[in-house]
Write a protein that binds this ligand. Structure first.
Ligand code: BGC
Length: 732
């Protein structure tokens, strides 16, 4: 009897354990992700786990077909969901259902200085990515604006770590609400395109932690981003996608990142380094002809067969693979296998309106000395619109952020709709060549002829609206190469000077993602920086020029008078672009306005600058206390009054400075800001909070953020160069 009971118990145990084994926790959506990941991992073979770690096509990585775990589909990019790309090459797949909304480029988003705009943007682009069945959106980019020659600055959020950190977080949250992973890039120090695939960046710990990493850190710790893209370049001798310091120690160690590190396309170089230093998914490897259609192409990736061999031989422990597979499964469960996610939508009216709003909020009014703006069209019988950018498609080209759009409203179209098509005449004025990646094409037109025609038109018109700037051609605002010069291209300076000779009423509107020199500035009364505005660019520009929208954007980077005024260009070629092997960030922490302020160099237009059609008055800045301890927060308060006749918005900025420090500190640093909407005549109080620990510097000796006791001064300001009032506090 006793034996019978025991064997019965055994039977029950065996059956229930069989049952438990069968229960597919990983498929059960009600289970926590960590339990599902663990369950899935326990069912996988070594080979299946390895396969998760590398591409199966140009833009997808393997799933586990035997277990019904789907692959990951990825797509560029930061300001729109790129058209479909062929399985094995960079060619366009030419689908007819992948036309998207082009959102404004990220410099424009940064210029809104409004985190709510970032969320609107992130959510809308996330909906498009979701609709297009993408699991990972390859953006946003948060590399710091160090030099205006960097071809990819338009894809980033400007020169200041606090501004870019504040703007990147809501973007990520907006994207990820759709069950799509944002992929913040390019981690780290990919601040130029020249020699991007190998240049070895030497940077101090202080500049790394204070300037180049904060936006990535905010993306991870506050935005909870699910994936990060490694950069192409080297950092202190090691490739960024295989970098012990940045990936292993900082990203996964100090910041406790629980997502996936994905290579930039072709960013892996060595199996052991990649495996051991924190890379999770290898994409786009192009070495040794691996991108061909050969059956083994993808298995030959560094994290493919050769990784498998090192695991099998025990050279690399299986725990290394399990860690990667855990992260990748987590990413798959958060995205591809998340059946709670919404369906998304593509190129909708709502998305176009979101894009237009961001574009309108980001346009920066730089000069309006003669009061020409807003344009009262009744005043003018004839309006000349001049310049290639008035009609050029600026959503095409630029590299991986190229887009195929459902529509793109050109500035000319927007202005004709707004000011009256019958009064407007158009002349090209200047021309660039056709856009093609990695190649500069010459203009097919005679520059002098175009110029003469435009000057002739300008001389007969009551008002001239010049629309120029850079474009998405190679060596302009484009991936793969940097600009060759700080000057405007395509003989625009000559054209503008010639126009200024024949007409006093000129509105200059520049479209670019970078700063440029302005030899004609002192003769120009009216200047607008309008970035790349995406699908609705033309409507946004017309709304701002006509006054339907009052401009409120502020510059996210400094416009210098000349190239050598920038810190990165003040130390010879070793500081930019390097000697082709390495590059030293000699300006250290003094990037952007930190450099201009500290070295007392007057820029053309400072960081944080931007005008409005109304005027604002700042009140005194006060704090809730005079003395603070390290772990307290400073509560600040000041009033802003709209003293003009038009409703408008002002970005109130607060900078901090340490009076006496044991290390070099910039004259001042941005610590808080708020965009405040005010009706004509209205006064509001702005209340902001700064943590005392955010006044710290990165101490290279102790490897700790340090606040030294003593006096700090806080300024409210309309730009980094226009301080209004100040208040002093003590830190104990
Ligand atoms: C770019 C990335 C991009 C990737 C895929 C790379 O060349 O640097 O930003 O996401 O290609 O297109």
């Amino acid at each position: 009897m006793r034996y019978k009971i025991i064997s019965l118990l055994f039977c029950i145990l065996a059956i229930s354990s069989l049952h438990a084994q069968k229960k597919e926790i990983y498929l059960d959506n009600t289970q926590p992700i960590e339990a599902r990941v663990k369950d899935a991992l326990s069912r996988m073979t070594l080979e299946e786990k390895v396969k998760l770690c590398y591409a199966q096509s140009k833009f997808s990585s393997h799933g586990v077909p035997r277990l019904g775990i789907p692959e990951l589909w990825m797509s560029d990019g930061p300001h729109g969901v790129r058209m479909e790309i062929l399985w094995d090459s960079w060619g366009h797949a030419d689908w007819s259902n992948d036309s998207c909304t082009a959102f404004p480029a990220l410099t424009c988003l940064a210029a809104t200085w409004d985190p709510a705009m970032s969320h609107l943007y992130g959510n809308a682009i996330g909906e498009e990515a979701r609709y297009r069945r993408k699991d990972v959106l390859l953006g946003p980019g948060v590399n710091i604006y160090r030099t205006p020659l960097n071809g990819r600055n338009f894809e980033y959020l400007g020169e200041d770590p606090f501004l870019s950190s504040s703007m990147v977080v809501p973007y990520i949250q907006g994207v990820q609400e759709n069950g799509v992973s944002a992929c913040v890039k390019h981690f780290a120090l990919n601040d130029q395109e020249t020699w991007r695939d190998h240049i070895d960046v030497q940077v101090s710990d202080r500049a790394l932690y204070e300037i180049y990493l904060p936006a990535f850190k905010a993306a991870v710790t506050k935005g909870k981003v699910w994936s990060v893209m490694g950069a192409y370049n080297k950092i202190r001798g090691q490739y960024a996608c295989e970098n012990e310091l940045t990936l292993h120690k900082i990203l996964k160690g100090e910041w406790k990142f629980d997502g996936c590190v994905i290579t930039d396309w072709g960013g892996a170089h060595d199996t052991k380094e990649a495996a051991l230093n924190g890379l999770d998914i290898e994409m786009g490897t192009g070495t040794n002809g691996f991108t061909s259609n050969a059956a083994n192409a993808y298995d030959s990736y560094y994290l493919g067969n050769s990784y498998l061999q090192l695991l099998k031989s025990g050279t690399i422990p299986v725990s290394n693979l399990d860690e990667k597979a855990t992260r990748i499964l987590r990413l798959i469960f958060r995205t591809a296998m998340n059946n709670q996610k919404p369906y998304g939508s593509l190129a909708t009216e709502a998305h176009h309106m979101a894009g237009r709003t961001v574009a309108e909020q980001g346009i920066v009014l730089l000069k309006n000395d003669a009061g020409i703006l807003p344009i009262n069209s009744a005043k003018y019988k004839t309006i000349a619109v001049i310049g290639e950018n008035a009609t050029r498609k600026l959503t095409e080209g630029g590299g991986s952020s190229e887009l195929k759009v459902k529509h793109e409203i050109s500035p000319l179209q927007g202005l004709m709709e707004k000011l009256g098509a019958d009064k407007i005449k158009y002349a090209l004025g200047y021309a660039s060549g056709a856009v093609s990646y990695d190649k500069v094409n010459a203009s097919p037109y005679d520059a002098a002829l175009l110029r003469n025609e435009a000057v002739e038109l300008a001389s007969k018109s009551d008002l001239v609206i010049f629309i120029g700037g850079l474009n998405k051609n190679t060596q302009q605002d484009s991936e793969g190469d940097d600009r060759r010069s700080y000057s405007l291209p395509f003989e625009q300076n000559e054209l503008i000077a010639a126009l200024q000779k024949v007409n006093k009423n000129i509105v200059i509107v520049m479209l670019s993602g970078n700063a440029y020199s302005m030899p004609w500035l002192y003769q120009a009364s009216t200047l607008v920086q309008a970035w790349y505005g995406g699908s609705e660019a033309g409507h946004a520009i017309a709304n701002v020029l006509s006054g339907t929208v009052n401009p409120s954007g502020k510059l996210p980077f400094t416009f210098a008078e000349k190239l050598n005024d920038y810190g990165a260009h003040s130390f010879g070629t070793i500081a930019y672009p390097g000697d082709s092997i390495k590059e030293e960030y000699k300006e250290d922490i003094l990037v952007g306005y930190r450099w201009f302020d500290t070295k007392k160099i007057k820029p053309l237009f400072p960081f944080g600058y931007g005008l409005s059609y109304t005027s604002f008055e700042y009140g005194n800045i006060t704090t809730d206390k005079k003395v603070y301890t390290n772990d307290e927060s400073i509560r600040l308060k000041f009033s802003i009054k709209n003293t003009g006749k038009t409703d408008g918005a002002e970005v109130a900025q607060v900078y901090a400075s340490q009076t006496k420090a044991s290390v070099l500190r910039p004259v001042k640093e941005l610590k808080a800001f708020k965009k405040v909407f005010l009706k004509a005549g209205e006064l509001k109080y702005v209340e902001l909070e700064i943590k005392v620990k955010d006044l710290s510097f990165f101490n290279e000796h102790s490897h700790k953020w340090t606040v030294e006791p003593g006096e700090f001064v806080l300024f409210n300001a309309a730009s980094s160069a226009e301080v209004k009032n100040r208040v002093s506090i003590q830190v104990k």
